[in-house]
Ligand binder design. Structure first.
Ligand code: GRF
Length: 204
């Protein structure tokens, strides 16, 4: 099975996926390519280290979002992907792109969705006085951070925590759950049906 990972930055979740392909947590799959919209994304370096093909596409080279997304899709489809993994990909995707990969594209968002879609989730959770925060893996639909949730992990927020403290705690959980969910998707143990994530048997 082929995976394509889209990134914009550090790529610690990409690293977790790379490691999981090697360790067998992700079964019978390889990352065929890593695509970044940022030339200096450290995740590209991680991919090189692992011997994975990389591609950088600059939004500035395209007339509009649709054109950029079409170029991405043309490149992605050359790898015949079974699963597209968004791992810190910081661009809004056009409706056509999302529809093209409906049911085979997942994202990880650092909040307990439906709470805190969008940016600065850790600080917003602290500011709201929440004692609990977390991360969600979901199928990608046209609604930003709105597709069906597959799995969440919770972390505590302690008094005096900074956003960085909370983020570190959240990311630890992301690195644990994202590979597991990626594997479920690849093995079709979870599928998107309508606006729901449907699980095969009793995997949860
Ligand atoms: C993650 O925390 C993820 O939830 C969010 O962006 C961050 C990416 O981190 N979508 P990394 O690039 O995987 O280290």
């Amino acid at each position: 099975k082929n995976i394509v990972v889209l990134i914009s930055g550090n790529g610690s979740n990409l690293q977790a996926i790379i490691d999981a392909c090697e360790s067998g947590i992700i079964e019978n799959a390889r990352i065929a390519a890593v695509i970044s919209n940022k030339a200096d994304a450290y995740g590209l370096e991680r991919a090189h280290q692992a011997g994975i093909d990389t591609l950088h596409l600059a939004a500035g080279d395209y007339t509009d979002r649709e054109a950029f997304d079409r170029a991405m899709a043309d490149n992605i489809d050359q790898f015949s992907p079974d699963l597209i993994i968004l791992a810190g990909f910081m661009r809004i995707l056009s409706a056509d792109f999302v529809r093209h990969y409906q049911g085979r594209m997942i994202n990880i968002h650092p909040s307990l969705l439906p709470k805190y879609t969008g940016l600065n989730t850790h600080q917003r959770a602290i500011d709201a006085g929440d004692t609990e925060h977390g991360t969600s893996v979901h199928f990608v639909t046209e609604e930003l951070d709105g597709g069906p949730v597959i799995l969440q992990a919770k972390v505590p927020i302690f008094e005096d925590d900074t956003a960085e403290d909370v983020m570190a705690r959240v990311q630890q959980q992301e690195h644990r759950i994202y590979p597991v969910v990626a594997n479920w998707c690849l093995q079709q143990r979870v599928t998107m049906q309508g606006n729901n994530a449907v699980f095969e048997g009793d995997i949860l």
